[in-house]
Design a binder for this molecule. Sequence first.
Ligand code: ZN
Ligand code: ZN
Ligand code: FE
Length: 756
Amino acid sequence: MIRVRVHIQGIVQGVGFRPFVYRQAAAHSLTGWVMNTPAGVVLEAQGETPEVESFVVGLRDQAPPLAVIQALRTEGIPPAEDIGFAIRPSGGTGETVVIAPDGDVCVDCLAELFDPADRRYRYPFINCTNCGPRYSIIQGVPYDRTLTTMARFAMCPACLAEYEDPAHRRFHAQPNACPDCGPQLRLLDRRGEEVPGDPLAAAIELLQAGRILAVKGVGGYHLAVDAAHENAVAELRRRKQRDEKPFALMAPDLAALAGYAVCDAVAAKQLQGPERPIVLLPKGRPNRIASLVAPGNGYFGVMLPGTPLHHLLLRDRFGALVMTSGNLSNEPICYKDTETLSRLADIADFFLTHDREIHIRNDDSVIRVFRGQPVFLRRSRGYAPRPVTLPAAQPQVLAVGAELKGTVCLTRGDKAFVSQHLGDLKNIATLDSMEETIRHLESILKIRPQVVAHDLHPDLLSTAYAENRAGLPSMEVQHHHAHLASCMAENSLEGEAIGVIFDGTGYGPDGTVWGGEFLVGGYQRFERWGHLLPMPLPGGDAAVREPWRMALAWLHRLYGEKLVDLSLACPAEVASSDRRLILQMLEKRINTPLTSSCGRLFDAVASLLGLRQKVSYEGQAAIELEALAETSQDVEVCPFDLSEVDGRTVLDFGDMLRIMAEEVGKNLPKAPLARRFHNTLAAAATAVCEKIRAARGLDRVVLSGGVFQNRLLSEELCARLEKKGFQVFTQRLVPPNDGGLALGQAIIAGRSELCV
Ligand code: ZN
Ligand code: ZN
Ligand code: FE
């Protein structure tokens, strides 16, 4: 007979952990108790030695699906007297409670959902302690029904009995409900009038008939149409004014998905996790998905049903539904019922909605798989607000990111809580969403920041927020330094590392636009060791929307006035008056700010290859260039030039662009050139890292910035660096794009003098 005390930290509260412990203890005939404390779950268990030992192993191995165990410590203590195994009331206040993200319906609830004998048969709000909404319905802490949007639903006797039974899967399941006592589904037309009859059956019929429905999900509304219905998809595109940006798909299950996308075991695991992200999967050919779902793109973004309602909508009815965020372009996803009706009335024909309110909006997460691990393109529903563990505890800070792909980050001890995706902070609606999210996270996590960190760019809405936040000092952080720190932090690195930071746009302290940077540094300082050759950006931001302008800037540099003689897609496809105007700008250096951006280098090459002269969404040219390169096995590397300017290494790809221009002029296949561009960029970056290692003795390289959403470049660069003996670190917990910036800002602020 032995007795142990076990301390467990992580996401172990509000996820059915105590009932799980109770059932495990019963299965091993143990006595003792379990309770929630501010420091996590504490339990004592007593019984036969082998039973106690296998009980402890099971705590980790068989933990409930939504639990994340970060630390489990066991100590032997003297046996004591117990009456059975008890779940004790919580001790202390919830200062260190970690709120669980929203999760999909679990296998047990799913079985009940489709069991005609079950009292929750086809009930869209079925859940238990292992599944269901969390973050999106929580209004305050402690996590208790009265502080969720379920407070207005009084449990019926049957639900209450489950809720109070420690042996039941619904013990203290705060959103517990049934058709008799819980939320109800409704179908509304666009005037807000209720459509009579069974809302679910009617919604399915409408979708089959090609109508556009707004469907209320976990963190907001989706716009749904049948993905096989060409006209419906075209109409949705027209009404949403979204020219080419891909629409996400929802598949009923993996079998249906195999009919149109290529899904390996790693991707399948990600798709099936409780987080239910959108996963980018190569398109399968041929397939029945409407061509306008993801035009000009080699991938479909696919997710599996994320709520019981989605299962009910899709099962046996559709091969896939388009499920795109319910918003107007550039605005955050709609989540409030009344506001949604008015804002989406010109897009949706009908609204499939219900009366369980969403307290905080939370858009879908998007990932792709790289080396068997997810890479976040957007980290949101299912992951937020799960914390990233920092290498060390630090004072509490708030970081507000930059502009694109906004997220905020709050720290407490060694935990950094990165918010859900907020969208591009370019309008008041998105700024409001950011302020709301900051208030919400500060309240439920009980964090009072000492400092607000923000981007160095003076004109951003996030910068204005930080500088105007009453009573708190603000701290500016250079954009690419934040990228470097973000990648170091999630990999628990201390000291200094080499940062290869490739992205689109970031404000440089010298007044130019940075974005192809080789940094050396850590959390407290950094230096710009090298960068891509600064090139004129004709027309500033307009060049971001029109890649041909960057191509022209390169051709102008390489050929001067002779460039008009070249037979290239880039000058040819563009009106000659536009071309002349840009050439004049380049000649006279008017409105041509300099940029070392790597994203703009992708643009120039995509334009030169005749791939794309204008883009309708950020990163489009680079995405299409990567897709083309993936079809080639070319291993050649073009020459590149490294020179010293003002004590910094400048990387010049002029020779490569000249070769590209000449090859394209000969009308040779373009895929090998696209591939060669990736090879050359990787080889050149490796060469710069070797120079830095020779000078500084550093052999750890971190890769960050939006360009590393590119799988092919990441793979090429990692492989080349590793071959040269570097240790390479990439972002796996937060996005490499600006969605991960706030994490870097937060640790830089936390380690700064402002916080000492
Ligand atoms: Zn469940
Ligand atoms: Zn009930
Ligand atoms: Fe960036």
